[in-house]
Design a protein around this ligand. Structure first.
Ligand SMILES: [Zn+2]
Length: 179
């Protein structure tokens, strides 16, 4: 069951490189993008300025698609992003050594390869679990996207150790202020 979470994780990580709340961009330079690619198993090429521009252009579209209320709208947008990234689907080894679909063309540009894997992985997540599993963090100071895989869709924060803790502390302080 591990592979689909890995594939959707790339799309989540990519969207979350832009902090919507603070306006900070973790992909500020070409070097940042190369590092991001390597960290996600895409490593043969160094990224270029054109790659960075493509990623920055596509990233808000990816975010909108993941958070679309209407599943059909999400799928159309992700299909478009996948097609624009010139994919070359093929079976590759997943993290648990099972065969999984890879979407990137190994000869493609860094941007195309990242976007192909991000869109393909997100489509796979929707096929298996539906678009409504994608959600934004419930913290008042974070807009990060996450995939909620709890049975009753009860997850509220992008990370329990950072945002979950912070909100728990806020709630605690608020309660104490009323005492
Ligand atoms: Zn958060």
């Amino acid at each position: 069951m591990a592979h689909y979470s890995d594939t959707a994780q790339l799309s989540i990580d990519l969207v979350n490189t832009f902090d919507v709340f603070a306006g900070d961009d973790l992909l500020g330079t070409v070097r940042d993008l190369t590092d991001f690619a390597v960290a996600h198993g895409i490593e043969q090429l160094a990224a270029t300025v054109k790659d960075l521009e493509s990623i920055r252009r596509a990233r808000p579209e990816l975010r909108r698609a993941l958070l679309a209320e209407d599943e059909a709208i999400a799928v159309v947008a992700l299909n478009d992003l996948l097609a624009a990234a010139k994919p070359r689907p093929q079976l590759v080894h997943g993290s648990d050594e099972k065969w999984v679909f890879g979407y990137a063309d190994p000869e493609g540009t860094v941007a195309d390869r990242i976007l192909a894997e991000a869109a393909g992985g997100a489509l796979e997540e929707i096929r298996l679990h539906g678009v409504r599993r994608f959600n934004t963090c419930g913290s008042s100071t974070c807009e990060d996207v996450f995939v909620d895989r709890t049975r009753n869709r009860s997850r509220r924060f992008c990370s329990s150790d950072v945002c979950g803790n912070r909100e728990a502390q806020r709630a605690h302080r608020a309660r104490r202020a009323h005492e």
